[in-house]
Design a protein around this ligand. Structure first.
Ligand SMILES: [Zn+2]
Length: 103
């Protein structure tokens, strides 16, 4: 089933069947939009730092740092769900183009 929404390509194998029924594209889009807002807040707070070589770190709410590199983040949110990139990945995408890169 095709949807008009542009969502990240995912292998259809690992699909959480929580509550039954197929994933709702509208809800996925809403989740992505909410994460984009949180990611923008991280950027505004200056929580994203470039470490060079395509690696970044993003300050977590608890005061620690999450390690982010291309398409990967070590936060539990990223490990837990597959459909939507975590806010740290989105935040890195937002700043990637204009952060000074040592790479
Ligand atoms: Zn993350």
């Amino acid at each position: 089933m095709k949807t008009p929404l542009s969502l990240p390509d995912r292998p259809s194998a690992e699909r959480p069947a929580r509550g039954g029924g197929p994933p709702d594209a509208t809800k996925l889009a809403e989740a992505a939009a909410q994460r984009a807002e949180r990611a923008a807040a991280l950027v505004r707070a200056g929580a994203v730092e470039s470490l060079g070589n395509g690696r970044y770190r993003v300050r977590s709410a608890g005061g620690g740092w999450w390690a982010v590199r291309d398409g990967y983040c070590n936060c539990p949110d990223f490990a837990w769900r597959g459909y939507v990139p975590c806010k740290h990945l989105i935040a890195v995408e937002l700043v990637r183009s204009f952060l000074p890169s040592a790479a």
